[in-house]
Design a protein around this ligand. Structure first.
Ligand SMILES: Nc1ncnc2c1ncn2[C@@H]1O[C@H](COP(=O)(O)OP(=O)(O)OP(=O)(O)O)[C@@H](O)[C@H]1O
Ligand SMILES: [Mg+2]
Length: 454
């Protein structure tokens, strides 16, 4: 692993202590900056970030723990170590709760400082290595938790990665069970907001009053039963992401309120009067066609454009059948762990049926099938008998898509094509097909190809 040069800040009001620590660390080859108080350090950290901050617990302007708290807010990646001459267990516990890595007591010994810095360096290096690994994964087009390798899903992954880096609203339009929630979560997890909350809210089936108080919060006495003030979801999610599911079910008057909030980027709690700034990314999801709802007059066009800065339409499972096998393996693994089973695969005959089913419930329907099958299965294979009736009774006539043919049929059609193009010249055809002439002969016989046509 390559060595990194660490930047370290020493915050201590006592000049002699500050200089002593700086001397130790300078000699070890670190880049050290010193500060005599908390504020000047916090002001400087945005412009001159450091890897480690050694913070004295007692500073003239603020408490060392307060500095630590603010530091973690501004720059969570900076590791902090509390230094104090007044070592007490409580402060140590408080410091670690606030995210300090270590705690050292004065007078500082060179050995203590060096061991501590080495430990922090190891931690930073591990983190960098993990990031590099996950960056490599993402650049490969894979997103943790979202299974898919079909061209349609690869396109989705590309958009998700891009949109995660930008702080804009997203509209997810797709059929039920296609993974809207999974994708919304992935956008949050890949974004700068990943350390802040991801909050889910279903807009369907609630009264307007309830939606308002849930999303915007309320003050004490705002309505009967409001015995205390309550933060709304938009407030609790500050800095994070809110998924507004089934946005198409929202009443027209509620849509007006939401639009207003999004325009002003401020909310006012129900029964309150002071505005609170909004710092959230909204991902709206629906399984309706909102354009149609606009035409029918049940969805506001202005709200649609506010939400739809980027629109992602997830494919139906039938439109990415290539992923069925991959999803099966994923769910088998998941439910093996849950039910303590050892299922290894779906038997080929059962797989054939799965591949031809229409999956109106999309991935969720497949997941439920596999869950049931793993729970019921007695061996290491999921057989047709473990699958529900809709799959067992699937007639080949139900296939619907006549391009989905057995491999043999593809081979037959291809041989026919080559023979036709070569004027039924077997020698030329076998050269093009790169198979011995005897093999070609066998296939011609097997498929009953009429050679008299040439
Ligand atoms: N690409 C995927 N990889 C792994 N699991 C998936 C994927 N897509 C969906 N799932 C699983 O399928 C189930 C349904 O997904 P999700 O809840 O995200 O669908 P949805 O589009 O929000 O559905 P609805 O419209 O009914 O709310 C979940 O259990 C989820 O874990
Ligand atoms: Mg959903």
């Amino acid at each position: 692993m390559e060595q990194i040069t660490l930047k370290i800040a020493v915050i201590d009001d006592e000049e002699s202590a500050r200089n002593l620590i700086k001397r130790f660390l300078d000699k070890e080859g670190y880049q050290v900056s010193t500060y005599a108080d908390g504020l000047s350090f916090l002001r400087d950290i945005r412009k001159h970030p450091v890897n480690i901050a050694l913070i004295d617990l007692q500073l003239p302007d603020m408490d060392g723990l307060e500095v630590l708290g603010k530091l973690k807010e501004i720059y969570p990646d900076c590791e902090a170590v509390i230094v104090t001459g007044h070592g007490s267990i409580e402060s140590a516990v408080d410091a670690t709760k606030l995210g300090a890595l270590h705690y050292i007591t004065k007078p500082c010994r060179k050995a203590d400082i060096c061991t501590m810095v080495d430990r922090v360096r190891e931690k930073i290096q591990r983190r960098l290595e993990n990031r590099r690994l996950s960056d490599a994964l993402y650049s490969d087009g894979l997103i943790p938790g979202v299974v898919g390798a079909s061209p349609a899903m690869r396109e989705i992954f590309k958009v998700v990665q891009k949109v995660a880096q930008v702080n804009c609203n997203v509209l997810l339009e797709a059929e039920t069970g296609t993974g809207k929630q999974v994708v919304a979560r992935a956008i949050h997890d890949l974004s700068q907001r990943r350390k802040k909350p991801f909050v889910y809210f279903n807009c369907g089936g609630f009264t307007e009053e309830l939606i308002c108080s849930e999303l915007f919060g309320h003050e004490r006495g705002a309505f009967t039963g409001a015995t205390s003030a309550k933060k709304g979801l938009f407030e609790t999610a500050a800095g994070g992401t809110v998924l507004l599911d089934e946005i198409g079910e929202m009443s027209m008057s509620m849509q007006v309120k939401l639009l207003h909030v999004l325009q002003e980027r401020q909310i006012i709690r129900v029964g309150g009067n002071h505005p609170i700034d909004l710092d959230i990314r909204i991902i709206a999801a629906t399984n309706r066609d909102l354009k149609k709802s606009i035409e029918q007059g049940t969805f506001r066009e202005d709200l649609y454009y506010r939400l739809n800065v980027v629109r992602i339409q997830l494919p139906r499972l039938v439109d990415r059948r290539e992923d069925i096998l991959l999803l099966c393996s994923h769910f088998i693994k998941k439910f093996n762990e849950l039910f303590d089973k050892n299922v290894e695969r779906v038997a080929p005959s059962a797989m054939k049926h799965l591949m031809h089913y229409s999956f109106p419930g999309n991935v969720r329907e497949l997941e439920n099938m596999i869950q049931r099958a793993v729970a019921l299965s007695e061996g290491n294979e999921i057989t047709l008998n473990d699958l529900p009736e809709v799959i067992r009774d699937l007639a080949w006539a139900d296939v619907g898509d006549d391009t989905l043919v057995p491999l043999e049929e593809v081979e037959r059609q291809h041989i026919m094509k080559v023979l036709e193009k070569t004027g039924y010249n077997k020698k030329l055809a076998s050269t093009i097909l790169k198979v011995p002439r005897t093999t070609l002969w066998r296939r011609i016989k097997q498929f009953g190809i009429d050679m008299n046509r040439g």
